[in-house]
Design a protein around this ligand. Structure first.
Ligand code: TRP
Length: 461
């Protein structure tokens, strides 16, 4: 009965539109900004392998589970979890999973918008041709000067948050389709071209080796957690974004195949970004562990040197901006869906309220990069804390709960029907991964880190 529900927010016009929207959510700053910098901080190859394993063994099953729960519940994640728990005769407190997601969504959107703001600034910087005359050092300094100016950061952060709020207010279905259908392939082509450039002009062999030849001595337990966190972040998992997009999916579409495509595209984009960036990092004598500014300090070096660099640079940052936009939209959507369902507001008010709150939370993030840089917790400023706790604690925790619910609480018949799989190897593999492998892997990764932290703090005493 419950699979006959429809969402009051409407439905995607086809499976392809869902794939586009979910890919738009997944592919974003996480692939192009975050993956290279986190991989660089964790020594490359070994981190990349663990990341790929996490995508395949943890990410894909959870994504299938999220889409499935969303489509079955057809409501905002909070209401979906409560309804499904009731349907199955379980404790309605499963809705707290939805609340965790809303909180994570606010936190991610707040700093995500700050970084998208850097991207906006770099659209104009590239178009002005300013990188042409600059060496790597000057380009690094130009980034530092942007980040040390709270007013400029605030202005770009504000512009981006307005862009996101406007689309979500109008309903995600209208604008998203066109944007993703044309701009995503364009971004992909341009990334491939950048890899081509890195092949000819960067230290490509070194970049390749850095990314793909694993040195496990460089991988710490925290690095393993960060690889898992990166998989969650990049695939948009663990906070209900994919769940709400699943709630707009037609009952006929095959979920596992759809998810396979999305995960594959997302992973390819991240690897291409790495292949474009690290050869330039080494050729320009920069540090792979350069932190969140990494792509803004490396890609402009290439754009400054290549013929037509102002054009390609502008195009690249415009496309990255669109990728960030379609991702940020999916962070705000579950919040707005809940406001519309439970607070009786229309989408415009809901989007303004949600976007406004996320904007406000972004202010301490951008201030932590300059005026408030002295205030730190565990050696991290507010921006880093938001990034770190959401990706490495909240999303894995959300994913763990999603897997436990989908694997253990939802009746077997229900998930079989929703996944439209006759009992067969794909279903069995999904069920096994979701019931055993995913929860155990997430727990081990998290406990492992906690254990090491305990040992470290013990040594400090
Ligand atoms: N996946 C997006 C990226 O890689 C970011 C994102 C969008 C996200 N929605 C999310 C991350 C939900 C976690 C949860 O840029």
């Amino acid at each position: 009965m419950s699979s006959q529900r429809t969402s009051i927010h409407g439905q995607w016009s086809s499976r392809l539109v869902f794939i586009l929207a979910a890919t738009g959510s997944a592919v974003g700053l996480g692939n192009i900004w975050r993956f290279p910098y986190v991989a660089g901080e964790n020594g490359g190859g070994a981190f990349v392998i663990v990341y790929l394993l996490c995508v395949a063994l943890i990410g894909v099953p959870i994504m299938i589970a999220e889409v499935m729960l969303g489509r079955r519940g057809r409501r905002s994640p909070i209401n979906t979890m409560r309804a499904l728990a009731r349907d199955e005769g379980h404790n309605p407190r499963w809705e707290y999973l939805g609340w965790l997601g809303i909180l994570a969504g606010f936190m991610i959107l707040s700093f995500y918008s700050v970084v998208a703001g850097w991207t906006l600034a770099y659209v104009f910087r590239s178009a002005s041709g300013m990188f042409a005359a600059m060496d790597a050092e000057a380009i690094s300094m130009a980034f530092d000067s942007l980040v040390s100016d709270p007013e400029r950061l605030l202005a770009w952060h504000t512009v981006f948050m307005i862009m996101v709020t406007v689309v979500v207010a109008r309903g995600v279905k209208s604008g998203l389709e066109q944007a993703v259908r044309f701009l995503m392939p364009a971004l992909f082509v341009l990334l491939v071209a950048m890899v081509g450039y890195a092949m000819g002009n960067g230290e490509f062999a070194r970049g390749l080796e850095y990314l793909f030849s694993p040195d496990f001595s460089k991988l710490t337990p925290t690095g393993v957690l960060e690889a898992a966190g990166q998989a969650f972040f990049s695939l948009s998992l663990g906070m209900g974004a994919i769940m709400i997009y699943g709630s707009y999916l037609s009952s006929k579409a095959s979920i596992p195949r759809t998810v396979g495509i999305i995960a594959l595209v997302d992973t390819l984009v991240a690897l291409l970004a790495g292949l474009a960036i690290f050869p330039i990092v080494f050729a320009a004598g920069l540090e792979p562990a350069g932190g969140p500014g990494l792509i803004f300090k490396t890609l402009p070096v290439a754009f400054g040197q290549m013929p037509g660099g102002a054009f390609f640079g502008t195009l690249f940052f415009v496309l990255l901006l669109f990728a960030a936009w379609t991702s940020a939209i999916s962070l705000l959507e579950p919040i707005v869906a809940w406001l519309v369902e439970n607070r009786g507001v229309n989408r415009i008010k809901g989007a303004a309220a949600g976007g406004g709150l996320a904007w406000l939370l972004g202010v301490p993030s951008l201030l932590s990069l300059n005026l408030w840089s002295d205030y730190t917790l565990f050696g991290k400023g507010f921006f880093d804390l938001m990034d770190y706790t959401t990706a490495n604690v909240m999303l894995p925790l959300g994913g763990l709960l999603i897997a436990l619910f989908a694997g253990w609480k939802l009746a077997r018949a229900a998930s079989e029907k929703e996944l439209a799989l006759a009992p067969g190897p794909v279903y069995e593999a999904w069920r096994f991964l979701t019931r055993y492998v995913v929860p155990l892997a997430i727990l081990l990764v998290m406990l492992n880190v906690t254990g090491v932290l305990a040992v470290l703090s013990g040594m400090g005493r």
